[in-house]
Ligand binder design. Structure first.
Ligand code: IMP
Ligand code: MG
Length: 183
């Protein structure tokens, strides 16, 4: 069982579902007045944010496109390398669209900083960030996240999309990984 590798559950399946529903309702209210031609494109950052995005989009009561990017920043370790490389780009034309980036977790902020710069160069009407988790830590890039699910402790956490070496993504809850697993 993967759950024996978790030292503490931070957010249960039910807590996550309730918070994601609140974020979806907030997005629905904020974008409801936008003209239809300025459509919404939710861009998820593979692979960690895929589960969050799938749940979030079903809580947004407006037409939207779903698109995906893949970037590499961590390899199989637990520390940010500082290097963010785009491995897969979106296929949607973002010109004049309202882009919402769905991220799993904001840690150093380097990944989002790079992505926002990149997507801003495509001429969207707006860009906002919806991150499920934001770590409370020093030295985080100043990223303006309009939608934040939970402010979480500065620990290595897994579940609900978040992995360690590609494992634990399918845990339905979010928890702290026992340090002896990765040390
Ligand atoms: P940042 O560039 O340091 O903000 O890192 C962002 C990415 O690192 C996230 O999208 C995650 O894929 C990964 N990441 C950061 N912290 C954690 C963690 O605690 N557990 C699992 N993945 C993490
Ligand atoms: Mg990620």
């Amino acid at each position: 069982m993967q759950s024996k590798d978790i030292s503490q559950v931070l957010y249960t399946e039910g807590q996550i579902a309730r918070r994601v529903a609140e974020l979806g309702a907030a997005i629905t209210a904020d974008y409801a007045g936008e003209p239809a031609e300025q459509g919404i494109v939710v861009v998820s950052v593979l692979r960690g944010a895929a589960i969050f995005m799938a749940d979030l989009c079903r809580q947004i009561g407006l037409p939207l496109e779903m698109d995906y990017m893949a970037v590499s920043s961590y390899g199989n370790g637990t520390e940010s390398s500082g290097m963010v490389r785009i491995l897969k780009d979106v296929t949607a034309d973002l010109e004049g669209k309202h882009v919402i980036i769905a991220e799993d977790i904001l840690d150093s902020g380097l990944t989002l900083e790079r992505l926002i710069d990149e997507l801003a160069s495509r001429g969207p009407a707006s860009i906002e960030v919806a991150t499920l988790l934001r770590k409370r830590r020093q030295g985080q890039a100043a990223i303006d996240c309009r939608y934040v699910g939970f402010e979480c402790p500065d620990e290595f956490i897994v579940g609900y999309g978040l992995d360690y070496a590609e494992r634990y993504r399918n845990l339905p809850f979010i928890g702290i990984l026992r340090p002896d697993i990765y040390q």
